[in-house]
Ligand binder design. Structure first.
Ligand code: PAN
Ligand code: ZN
Length: 183
């Protein structure tokens, strides 16, 4: 059994919980404006992840549970966001559920068609097979969400590092807009 603090959107720290922190320095390849990024503090936290993986990674038929907190912020006009990935087993799906904050779930299929679903307290999102997913915080406070995914899904970060998403979520005159990428 695990304890979840639903108000904070966090699992209680426990020996079974894997925790990771992603900083601007670690995410340098994913933001468009590398010059603007270089002028920022590389130790700035962009997001934190907790994962409860009660069975070994790769086990067929199991489920993992995680929390993510994305901080508010911008690199030039691009919102702070998660790295994003396809699942290594492309047909593996996932649920995201928003605890609080204002965000956007950016989704991309294998033809690079990219779209978004707004995230706000209470929204539940089903991530379909063969769809890459990333979350941007478009608000002024931390964006907190939970995730549940198959234990044999795996994560393909490489495709995103190399080709990115088909569009970027930018702050255009104060509003969040999905803008097609050149890459
Ligand atoms: C989530 C993500 C989490 C962090 O648990 O792993 O939000 O995003 P990145 O993995 O893209 O850094 C999930 O989608 N698991 O499959
Ligand atoms: Zn995933």
């Amino acid at each position: 059994m695990m304890q979840m603090d639903w108000a904070k959107g966090l699992l209680r720290p426990d020996v079974e919980v894997r925790e990771s922190v992603k900083t601007l320095g670690q995410l340098s390849g994913i933001f468009a404006n590398t010059k603007a990024l270089r002028e920022m503090d590389p130790t700035t936290v962009v997001y934190r992840v907790q994962a409860w993986c009660p069975i070994p990674e790769g086990t067929e038929g199991g489920l993992f549970w995680g929390t993510t907190v994305v901080e508010p912020g911008l690199v030039d006009s691009e919102y702070f966001m998660t790295h994003g990935h396809f699942h290594l087993k492309r047909d593996r799906t996932e649920y995201y559920g928003t605890i609080e904050g204002e965000g956007a779930l950016v989704l991309m299929d294998e033809t690079r068609a990219t779209w978004m679903e707004p995230m706000a307290a209470g929204t539940v999102h089903f991530i379909r097979p063969r769809v890459a997913h990333r979350v941007a915080n478009i608000g002024k406070s931390p964006l907190r969400f939970v995730a549940c995914w198959p234990s044999d899904a795996g994560h393909d970060y490489e495709s995103i590092r190399t080709y990115g998403f088909g569009a970027r979520l930018l702050n255009v005159r104060g509003s969040a807009m999905l803008v097609k990428s050149d890459a």
